[in-house]
Write a protein that binds this ligand. Structure first.
Ligand code: NAD
Length: 468
């Protein structure tokens, strides 16, 4: 059984205890996660703090070169990382699975390397010169979830180190192994202490959020945990970026072509078996084409093969853990109890692993858990509407505000509807497509701040105005 180590100050560090990480496709043990003690967490923070003066003093170009070297290293180990990611996360190697995730991490690292935040001259004249400098903040704590563990880790790590911060990452206890291996590889490129990894239970995250030597927290996870992070960071006034849960609405306008949009709707909702923050989680379809959209989506869903992520022909994998599997099961059951019509799926599968079938539930409305709450799994509610103003109000009637989409043959009409959705990203005739040059973040209770692009990079800096 492979066991993994913490990486602190550039060295592998053993722990007194280890915990089993489960392969969600089989229920077998994927590997052993080291359980960091509070003392080891202190050591990691001390290592990151000690590395900060030298790393922050490097030139921007030196740090850009380091980020490119990281991308090269990850690319060279892409197959190994993808295999490990599938083993612990469950997502298939192929399609929009592990190989796609590692490729995305490499692409994001390269793009972020190319960004820069040069000094801005705000004023230069007889009244004097004023410059705006952006400086690294210090030690950044990165706390990541289990759905896209490698890609999200890269979204946290690369911008932080690009601008001169040092980092401690604490991955989810459900998927720590690929992060540990990645940090080990990255440490072959970076000076000791610039990037450290600690693993263990949720209490490690809580300790990081209160520690006086952590200057900034980049957190991706549920809104419930995000609230706790914000509260415990208050005492030391830490900078925060919070990327939290979503309950994205998609609105299909009457002029859409059901067969043309079915594939895009499906992948918007079911990428990573629905375990994606910006998945399409509530689908509103106009009454005039409701049945056609339901039929086209069901036909597409029936063609998608669910299976063990390590099988080369699997297109979607299991739910990552029992807790999430139970949430999805109970939300679908609640929908059925309220008269929802299951078009496909609906019944949990027998046998090994946390396989929940791709599920579409029609004739359902607000008031059902599957609509009101984030399901974060492979079950999509399809809601009928007749009035455009009323459906926009319903789409916005949720505390979350991560993403949204509008589906139509008329891009101008679609854009006008999109502008009325309360969310940080909005797509026309697609859903959830993100890219490294476009800021991404939630409004309302889906988060604070953005990631990606120069705007994302700025969140890892503080401003110093220089009057000379
Ligand atoms: P989670 O909130 O349960 O856990 C996220 C991380 O927080 C884990 O590493 C966990 O160990 C840690 N943690 C738990 N309690 C903590 C505490 N008190 N203090 C500090 N850290 C603590 O989330 P999850 O179940 O791993 O992930 C799923 C959620 O993440 C979904 O709601 C999803 O929408 C959201 N998500 C959001 C984005 C985004 O960019 N907005 C991206 C991916 C996932």
């Amino acid at each position: 059984m492979s066991h993994y180590s913490l990486i602190i100050g550039g060295k592998a560090v053993e722990t007194a205890g280890y915990a089993e990480v489960t392969n969600p496709s089989t229920g077998d043990v994927a590997g052993l996660m080291p359980l960091a003690s509070p003392e080891q967490l202190e050591q990691a923070i001390a290592a990151a703090k000690a590395a900060f003066p030298l790393w922050s003093a490097k030139t921007s170009d030196e740090r850009a070169q380091a980020c490119l070297a990281i991308a090269d290293t990850l690319e060279a180990h892409a197959d190994e990382l993808a295999h490990l990611l599938t083993l612990e996360q469950g997502k298939p190697l192929n399609g929009l699975g592990s190989r796609f995730e590692i490729g995305g991490a490499v692409a994001w690292a390269r793009h972020t390397a190319s960004l820069d935040l040069p000094v801005e001259v705000l004023q230069d004249g007889p009244e004097g010169r004023v410059e705006l400098h952006r400086k690294p903040i210090g030690v950044v704590a990165s706390i990541t979830p289990w759905n896209w563990p490698v890609m999200i880790a890269i979204w946290h790590i690369i911008p932080a180190i690009r601008v001169g911060n040092t980092v401690i990452i604490k991955p989810s206890p459900y998927t720590p192994l690929s992060t540990i291996r990645m940090v080990q590889l990255i440490n072959e490129v970076l000076p000791a202490g610039v990037l450290n990894v600690v693993t263990g239970g949720n209490e490690l995250g809580a300790l990081l959020t209160t520690h006086q030597d952590i200057a900034k927290i980049t957190f991706t996870g549920s809104t419930a945990t995000g609230r706790k992070v914000m509260a415990s960071a208050a005492d030391t006034l830490k900078r925060l970026t919070l990327e939290l849960g979503g309950n994205d609405a998609g609105i299909v306008l009457p002029d859409a072509d059901p067969n043309a949009i079915a594939e895009g709707l499906f992948w918007g909702a079911f990428i990573n078996s629905g375990q994606t923050c910006a998945c399409l989680k509530r689908l509103y379809v106009h009454d005039s084409l409701y049945d056609q959209v339901c039929d086209a989506l069901s036909a597409y869903a029936a063609s998608v093969k669910l299976g063990d992520g390590l099988a080369e022909d699997s297109v979607l994998g299991p739910v990552q853990n029992k807790m999430q599997y139970d949430i999805v099961s109970s939300y679908v059951q609640d929908a059925v109890d309220r008269g929802g019509r299951v078009l496909i799926g609906g019944a949990p599968k027998d046998g090994k692993g946390y396989f929940y079938p791709i599920t579409l539930v029609a004739d359902i409305d607000h008031g059902a858990k599957l609509v009101d709450h984030e399901q974060f799994g492979p079950a999509l509610p399809i809601i009928r509407y007749t009035d455009l103003d009323a459906v926009i109000a319903k789409a916005n009637d949720n505390p979350a505000g991560l993403g949204g989409s509008v589906w139509s043959s008329d891009p101008v009409a679609a854009k006008a509807v999109a502008a009325r959705l309360e969310c940080g990203s909005v797509w026309i005739n697609k859903h959830g497509a993100i890219q490294p040059n476009a800021p991404f973040g939630g409004v309302k209770q889906s988060g604070i701040g953005v990631e990606f692009g120069a705007d994302g990079l700025k969140e890892l800096t503080t401003i110093q105005s220089v009057f000379c």
